[in-house]
Write a protein that binds this ligand. Sequence first.
Ligand SMILES: Cc1cc2nc3c(=O)[nH]c(=O)nc-3n(C[C@H](O)[C@H](O)[C@H](O)COP(=O)(O)O)c2cc1C
Length: 256
Amino acid sequence: MIRVLNNILALFTGKPQIAEKQRSQETMNLILSRRSCRSFTDEEIDKDDMQAILEAGRFAPSTVNLQTWSFITFTRSAWREKFERPLPFNGMWAVVICADMHRLKNHFPDLKDTPYVNISFALFNAGLSAMNMTIAAEALGLKSIMLSETGKTGLLDYAYLKEKLRLPDKVIPLTTLVVGKAKGEKAGIPPRQPWKANVMEKSYNADNCEMLEDWQQQMFIGFKLTHPLSNFQKQLEMYKKKMVEAEEELRKQYHV
Ligand SMILES: Cc1cc2nc3c(=O)[nH]c(=O)nc-3n(C[C@H](O)[C@H](O)[C@H](O)COP(=O)(O)O)c2cc1C
């Protein structure tokens, strides 16, 4: 019981542990105070802000400067027209971020013999561009969330998005970045795993499962608090089903 109470307390009090000098640094503060936003207002986004966010994505670093990404943008109304449903969380603008190995085919045909390496590069680079865009949005006073499932918006709905967006082979819709102005106060901080479970010195520590028990409990409690009408187990079942379906499609793409 005490453990449960401590974990509830941790959910409300947990925050990044850094020194005051570092915390007061503007970019550092921006990175650590960013939270996924799940409720947006109807306020329009400046076109120059959209361009700046996309440019931040395009200027991310990438392996051998290959820029293995593509961004497909949607206004709120364009999203509704295309997908026949609203942009999740009442977002104002969205970017579907794809890991893109399609363009490489023409320039480096030999790459097809190393699918695991290609995909690892492509995913990593596209992830960096996504993060650059997220931080750019924060810097411009906007909020965002990356989605992989909610509203059929990412990797777990790969077959659906492939058809809807007419994606060629080797273009993987990783995530949709939904952007807008935040409605209301930001929620608490989703619990992070303990430092020692993630950060290791000199060699890998594989015996860190026990360390994660509190974190797991905090995740369950956090889910219950934020989704009182839903059930974590049911959610997990739905994820498992979608993961198996997405896996089938991805296997076809990677030819492995
Ligand atoms: C690639 C990716 C996909 C995500 N997909 C979803 C999603 O489908 N639905 C959702 O509500 N949140 C989604 N999230 C948000 C995560 O739940 C969130 O980042 C995590 O709980 C940590 O919270 P924070 O972003 O506020 O720090 C996704 C995040 C990432 C990076």
